[in-house]
Design a protein around this ligand. Structure first.
Ligand code: BG6
Length: 482
């Protein structure tokens, strides 16, 4: 916020002066993802020259104390940024303390934002980021609207946008209500519903891989693909997020959103125009709306829910909690391309390794059965295409070669591409950097639409309603399978 009024001329381009208002600045997400992403953009000079971050929280801090607190909590690697850059970045941060449900907070926030606009000599763009527990969304949205803070300026400068984190509701009804409320208060072009998986480079690369290489797209259907396995396995436990996790569970935390978005990307049809945000969102929503609900009579065959040993002893977790920290779903998609092809969706905390990937199994010789954990009981001679989303992002293909010598015996080999091996591609931007950048320029492609959210809840809600009919498998921390 170093500029003075006299230096300023009005600026209305995508990089016009912008204020990021972060509700929940002292929370986990702000420290782990938002501030590091803003810092990353700042260092790359991808933020507007005139930008300010206004943190909002209930806790008492002076501006200096807040900066120190956030400096310590920012999830950045030692040496990743120069100290000087971090310091200058944090100079753009100021603070507004208050209760989220109190109109007073919004009055003083209005004064605060106006003082920045006055200093800049123009009405700035404003991004309101809700990085707080979903139970608080409604109150904040209503107060923001009542205070008129979300109204754009009348002179053509200064748009306002709202960024809203997942989980978006906790079942079909609550998601619909939240969406209705958003729709009453804002235009669709102002609403940015975040699912940060959509912005992961290696996931976006699947679209480039599918639609730019004529080798695979003709095979991308039930004639040639036997099954697809999507996994999001994490070593970390619920640890400090025990209370949130115990109220949410793995299926709401990553199933309704990240896993289904990965499924949408791998299974969607090619949009008529891939550069068109609406067309991309429409195709993702279309395939999600074709997911087949798990039949009540076959819950046990198609669903596994698990909890890691010791979860009930985590701080903030009920001693008798029945919340799942692991799930596996087997489902199918009811359209011409995918009819009959099983999709396995699997996610878990406290697993043996961090692994987010999608395995596409092509039809081949499978000499044996596949069990419900997607394990082949017997031998298989199938081509497998694996998209590794993280860590160690890349793509690999299993194929077969002849063993040298007499006869026609074959052996499997791997063809692979790792981003890390390719100097021009090795530096992958963080998903939140991409999201914040796109929200600033107003591109909604990587944000979920109402139709996508509703289609995913329509599939997930009945599973949640039947969850308690399934046994809860207790697995050891560090398990390789459940
Ligand atoms: C978040 C979930 O949305 O995604 C976390 O709330 C999960 O539980 C995280 O760990 C995974 O994101 P990433 O980017 O670390 O893979």
């Amino acid at each position: 916020m170093a500029s003075t009024k006299s230096q300023i001329k009005k600026d209305t381009g995508p990089l016009a002066p912008t204020i990021f208002v972060i509700f929940g600045i002292t929370g986990d997400l702000a420290g782990s993802k938002l501030l590091p992403a803003l810092l990353g953009l700042y260092v790359k000079k991808e933020l507007p020259d005139r930008f300010a971050i206004v943190g909002v929280s209930r806790r008492h801090f002076s501006r200096e104390e807040l900066r120190e607190y956030l400096r310590d909590r920012m999830n950045i690697k030692h040496g990743q940024f120069f100290e000087e850059d971090i310091k200058h970045f944090l100079d753009h941060l100021s603070y507004e303390e208050g209760k989220f449900d109190s109109p007073n907070l919004y009055q003083s926030l209005a004064v605060h934002l106006k003082s920045i606009d006055d200093m800049w000599g123009q009405c700035s763009n404003k991004l309101f980021h809700l990085s707080i527990p979903p139970a608080l969304y409604e109150g904040i949205l209503l107060e923001l609207s009542a205070s008129k803070l979300t109204l754009p300026c009348s002179d053509g400068t200064g748009w306002t946008r709202v960024l809203i984190e997942k989980p978006f509701g906790n079942n079909t009804d609550t998601a619909r209500n939240l969406d209705k409320l958003l729709g009453k208060l804002f235009k669709e072009s102002q609403i940015f519903r975040i699912d940060h998986y959509l912005a992961k480079e290696a996931l976006q690369n699947i679209l480039a891989f599918r639609f730019s290489n004529s080798l695979f797209e003709p095979l991308w259907n039930r004639e040639h693909i036997e099954r697809i396995h999507i996994k999001l396995l994490e070593k970390e436990t619920a640890s400090e997020r025990g209370a949130f996790y115990d109220a949410t569970g793995a299926l709401r935390d990553v199933g309704q959103n990240h896993l289904l978005m990965m499924l949408a990307i791998i299974a969607m049809d090619k949009p008529a125009d891939t550069s068109q945000s609406d067309a991309m969102r429409r195709e993702r929503a279309r395939v999600l709306s074709k997911l087949i609900a798990i039949p009540k009579r076959s819950l046990v065959e198609n669903l596994i829910r698990g909890q890691y040993e010791g979860f009930r002893r985590e701080s903030g977790v009920d001693a008798n909690s029945l919340i799942e920290t692991y799930f596996r779903i087997t489902t199918k998609i009811n359209n011409r391309r995918w009819k009959g092809v099983p999709f396995y969706l699997e996610a878990g905390k406290a697993m043996a390794e961090d692994r987010v990937e999608i395995d596409v199994y092509f039809k081949g010789d499978t000499n044996g059965k596949i069990d419900r954990r997607n394990k082949i009981l017997g031998t298989s001679r199938q081509n497998i295409l694996t998209f590794r989303i993280q860590p160690d992002e890349g793509i690999k293909i299993r194929f077969f070669v002849k063993k040298p010598g007499p006869g026609m015996n074959t052996e499997s080999k791997i063809l692979k591409f790792h981003y890390a091996d390719s100097p021009s591609l090795a530096s992958l931007p963080e998903a939140y950097e991409r999201l914040i950048h796109d929200a600033i320029v107003g591109d909604q492609t990587l944000f979920a639409s109402t139709d996508e959210i509703m289609a995913s809840w329509k599939f997930i809600t009945p599973i949640l309603e039947n969850w308690s009919k399934l046994p809860l498998v207790i697995y050891a921390k560090g398990a390789t399978e459940v």
